[in-house]
Design a protein around this ligand. Sequence first.
Ligand code: AMP
Length: 419
Amino acid sequence: MLLLQSVRGTKDILPNDIQGWYKVEQAARKISEIYGYKELRTPIFEKTEVFSRGVGDGTDIVNKEMYTFNDKGSESITLRPEQTAALVRSVIQNNLINDHSVTRLFYIGSYFRYERPQKGRLREFHQFGAECINSQFPESDAEVIALAISFINSLGIKNYRLLLNSLGNEHSRANYKKELINFFNEYKEELSTESKERLESNPLRILDSKNPIDVEIIKNAPNILNSLDEESIVHFEKVKQFLDTVNIKYEISPNLVRGLDYYSHTVFEFQSTELGSQDAFGGGGRYNSLFRELGGKDTPAVGFAMGMERILLILEQISGKIDAISNIDAMIISTSEKYLASAAKVANLIRNESNISCIYDLNRRSLKSQLREANKLAVKWAIIIGEEEFRNESITVKFMQEDREQVTVKISDIKKLLK
Ligand code: AMP
């Protein structure tokens, strides 16, 4: 039979790697909670429209990268390529906004994009993100950035840059777009094929191009920050002020536009030199029109998403892989099959009453093999049940990590001994 393999661009997260994931997930939960954010989980798939309308038809995600299929009822379904659009769908549907208060949400989950797999780029990947909904004010932009930074700091990541830009409100962004189209039209023949296409579909994205000829042309492109109107300037200045107040360092990056259609005003990205070519490990921005786009009331919001795989790559670079830890404290060893029922009983007692992790051999192996396994697992206690013990309703506990002394006690006294 042909050996089945996982799909290209997907990865199993193996038991030996799980400690790193726990660490990052726990940090995400802890930091979200201390900022007052609550978790929202939405389905892995949505109606395709949620993303085509939400993320935007002109984006790479929607045009090239979505896992879209018709289900058996001929409904077009898409595996979520990102969370924000689906989260907004859910917030509208479940009425999670109160008129004048802010809704603070976070999420952790897996996302799907048909991209060319490489280091740090997968077709199924994981994100942690937070969204601050129903405040139009710059302090909310600063709050989500501060949350992201607390998360990064709590993991001990120091070597990174925060890039910051403003796309302005819809009005000033539309003006800039016109200006940009005029500018690039003059160089139309020289632009890369991809940028030529973007000139029609999503001209701001040309600024992202890594193509060397595009890069030269882009150097002279109009700067978005020069076309911000008064309202947009005030918003951006305030965001910077709030960040300065809490001592957050950032670099202004006028060419940072990010891939998604729904951003306005503040956009930001976190980059690390530990990552190679896929150097962005998180990013986000303000999205004031997404609620309207998805059929809700106009609601301002701002948020970010962090790539978990890339965070783990950074952690591995700075401190090596987090070792798998053995989580078995006790192993029951019976010297004969006759005592297996007793072993099962003692194991359950230990698990349920002492809350200690405990196993016993399910393959009826010899005493010697069982002891070898107990050593390999580095258990604290090997609990032996032999004929004597069986007869006296007792057990013999061998302290494996200390002096290897052993004592025999009544089963009813186990709790006192194992601490
Ligand atoms: P985005 O939703 O594109 O803004 O992505 C936010 C973060 O998710 C990025 O900075 C990456 O860290 C991560 N990310 C995005 N796409 C992928 C992918 N295909 N594989 C792994 N991580 C990704």
